[in-house]
Design a protein around this ligand. Sequence first.
Ligand code: NDP
Ligand code: MG
Length: 387
Amino acid sequence: MKRLSVLGSTGSIGLQTMEVVRSNRELFRLEAITANSSLDLLEQQVKEFRPKLVVVFDESKYAELKRRVGGITEVAAGVEGLIAAATISEADTVVSSIVGIAGLIPTYHAVMNKKNIALANKETLVAGGRLIMSKAKENHISILPVDSEHSAIFQSIGSNKKSELSKLILTASGGPFRTRTLEELQHVTLSDALNHPNWKMGKKITVDSATLMNKGLEVIEARWLFDVNAEDIDVCVHPQSIIHSMVEFVDGSVIAQLGLPDMKLPIQYALTYPERMPIAGEKLDLRKIGTLTFEKPDTAKFPCLKLAYDALHLGDSACISVNGANEAAVELFLNEKIGFMDIPRLITAVLEKHETLNNPTLEEIIEIDQWARKLTLELYEKRCNIC
Ligand code: NDP
Ligand code: MG
């Protein structure tokens, strides 16, 4: 039986993880769950799964959570609470599914406490890839991908040797604005951006999918997860989201993983690996799909993808800065303070001002992230009337 701590149990990935646990009660036991502030969902999950610890990050909600479930389970709050959930002795595996850089500190502590990681929180590797992967190696733990593209690559590599790989090919749906012109992109709205054609996800990653920053973050994530150079990672737009990604080998053979777009598969595979377990529901029938199409990504319309490659070439601090600036810019866009194309504009301006630092410590990563966010907000305030 696997004993799980699910960080971000109330989010899109968290709720689908709960479905996987519910369908495989004999395989999994929930030891800890966490949220930012969603008390109703946490309360339901405590009552259903009876974890040992429940954590709300927002400390102002602690007393209310304690009142609701304190008789059933231990309750904690704040970053200390998240770390307690990530390191709880009863759990052997941590599902890292908080959104954004907030996932970095608890994931780092989980690794240092020798927990295996099922990783959805890509921002952890974008900002802290070098540090986290080296600590994972030192602590002899595995980081298995939940992100569907990385799960596809992991499955496609299978038992082949690293020396046999020649290229990773990440597929991208292209998001809701794939067929819009550059001119049209200046005027798209928040609700247009939140209307993803193939996947139902949290708001931040949905906006990232619309700008293609999600793919950029995934390129950086793949660089660390599979230890390959940026030049050996390609992106291919595939609007049907049936091929979840591919690997090209040295002999030219390409192996891909296909399936209907459903995150339960990569979540479950990360938790049952090396076994596969059944999942109820519709299966892929390519005869019903009919046509699979492929395009080159358009980086003039979607500069965020290029910004991520640029950051990888510039160094670790550039990846942290792009990630931090993106989080701050997306937050502004979600609050309807800036337009869609202001997101890449702000990130570009932050990247131009950043100074390269490689191999940062955890504290340095957090410092650079905060610098990038602060600068994004300052730039927004200065340029507000043109945004
Ligand atoms: P959601 O926004 O749906 O959920 C985020 C979760 O994190 C919630 O439980 C939320 O709690 C919690 N949370 C948010 N902010 C904080 C914070 N500051 N401190 C502690 N907890 C916090 O996100 P998703 O589930 O969509 O995404 C989670 C991660 O998985 C992201 O990194 C995303 O890129 C990645 N991912 C997601 C996919 C998807 O299909 N959704 C696919 C592939 C990767 P609360 O409910 O209280 O707000
Ligand atoms: Mg993905």
